[in-house]
Design a protein around this ligand. Structure first.
Ligand code: GLN
Length: 460
């Protein structure tokens, strides 16, 4: 813990952390020591980690990257935080809270109300987003692991751009209780770490039902993903473990929309998987392109509803001067929300409004269903779907300027599986243009996290 706290201080300029509290972290480390002294031997006991700042924490301020929640202190810990934590959980020590796009809305961490995050592979570039602080913290070794959230790619894309392994489990696998809500039908928590094995250890502790607090959490017991992985390696199946695994390559993921350097790295990774025994088959996900407009109707719709709770009354920013209640709402919200959050509130309110609901929101929901059905057709032909995570390597900070659509388009390969609620992960696949990391995306059918982690582990 001391080692990582020192590194965090040393590399503050990367912008990865929004809050630290050495006293709290060291006290947690002592508590882990006490459990160790009492004879406990569990794999995560005493291991430090840091949380994306959308998980509420009692001991650290939670801002969700927004001025709206500046200095906000939650009276409770998110379920994922307590499941990993030292009091009643796996025994991990919290190093602090990680920078992210405001309310997790973004693809480059440039929408954080506080500061951008630098990618340690090239300080002039984004680390990916919205879990950009998580990516940089782990990639720069400021933390051994981090939590992230993925609504439309925010674990997989930053993992890919920072050469990390990250997994977004099946929707509902981890409790959303205490995750600052963005788009509730899509939001999902997951780990970001250096390997599939580390992710397996973390996910085993993060996952599991929490039905009293999150009615959408899956009523399925948590799986011990890590023991399975260790068992397969110990049996010496590293070379033969993927024998017969059918990997589906959606032709829409390998089109001209993807940069050639990314495609080259992804194809090289697929060739490795083939050497390990996997069989590559072509599959069809014809609605891939529609996932962008569909997601950017549904996610803002849900966001506009979720963000209505920030009214300056109960918590969050309140304007200092106002004439009446309505003026207080207006000023507090205008001052508290940044441009991207405001844009999504406006789009979301529009597509949900009377007269437009059927044309936009309902239509998007119907296409969402068709996208999910296409995945099931594809899974009739393969076990896992693979492709790129992002069409390009990490771009330069500021390069996309104020163009929101340029950011939205970069989500093309991650949105469809999110809309379908499927698990997906990113595994380092090598390097592309400018020596920047490229990730291989693996998408599994529902509840197939173990298969994804196992495949990634064999590959690593
Ligand atoms: N880039 C997507 C968005 O801006 C996804 C973000 C996320 O997964 N939190 O909404």
């Amino acid at each position: 813990t001391q080692h990582f706290l020192a590194r965090i201080r040393q590399h503050e300029g990367l912008g990865a952390f929004l809050a630290t509290n050495a006293d709290v972290s060291l006290a947690q480390a002592k508590a882990a020591d006490a459990r160790l002294a009492a004879g406990e031997r569990t794999p995560l006991l005493g291991v430090p980690l840091a949380h994306k700042d959308v998980f509420v924490t009692r001991d650290f301020v939670t801002t969700a990257g927004s001025k709206m929640l500046e200095n906000y202190r939650s009276p409770f810990d998110a379920t994922v935080v307590s499941k990993l934590g030292v009091t009643n959980g796996a025994g991990m020590v919290t190093l602090g809270k990680l920078n992210c796009d405001e309310f997790a809305m973004g693809s480059g961490n440039e929408n954080s109300a506080y500061k951008p995050v630098q990618n340690p592979w090239d300080l002039s570039r984004i680390p990916g987003g919205s879990s950009g602080g998580s990516a940089t913290a782990v990639a720069a070794r400021l933390a051994p692991a981090a939590t992230g959230t993925d609504t439309g790619g925010s674990i997989r894309q930053p993992a890919s751009m920072s050469s990390l392994t990250g997994i977004k489990p099946t929707y509902g696998r981890c409790s959303r209780y205490g995750m600052v809500a963005f788009a509730s039908s899509l939001d999902q928590a997951g780990p970001m770490a250096r390997s599939a094995l580390d992710c397996a250890l973390l996910l085993s502790s993060m996952a599991g039902p929490d039905l009293d607090r999150d009615s959408t959490s899956l009523d399925m017991p948590a799986t011990d993903y890590a023991t399975d992985l260790i068992a397969t390696s110990a049996q010496g199946t590293l070379a033969s473990g993927l024998k017969g695994l059918r990997i589906g390559l959606p032709k829409q993921f390998f089109s001209s929309g993807c940069a050639p350097d990314v495609l080259t790295a992804v194809r090289a990774a697929l060739a490795e998987l083939e050497k390990l025994g996997a069989v590559l088959v072509e599959v069809d996900l014809p609605l891939t392109e529609l996932s962008i407009p569909v997601y950017y109707v549904i996610a803002p719709a849900e966001a506009s509803s979720n963000l209505s709770r920030y009214d300056g009354v109960r918590y969050g920013h309140r304007a200092s001067a106002y004439t009446d209640l309505n003026d207080m709402y207006k000023k507090s919200r205008s001052e508290g929300f940044g441009d991207e959050a405001t844009r999504r509130i406006m789009i979301g309110t529009y597509v949900l409004s009377h007269g437009y609901y059927d044309a936009y929101y309902l239509k998007a929901q119907k296409i969402r269903r068709l996208i999910a059905e296409d995945f099931q057709k594809a899974f009739a032909q393969c076990d896992i779907i693979a492709g790129p995570v992002s069409p390009t390597v990490a771009w330069k900070i500021g390069e996309k300027g104020d163009d929101p659509v340029a950011n939205y388009l970069a989500d093309i390969y991650t949105l469809s599986s999110s809309l379908a609620g499927l698990p997906g992960m990113s595994v380092p696949a090598g390097f592309g243009a400018h020596g920047m990391p490229v990730g291989l995306q693996l998408i599994g059918n529902y509840f197939k996290e173990a298969q994804l982690l196992g495949t990634a582990h064999q590959f690593q």
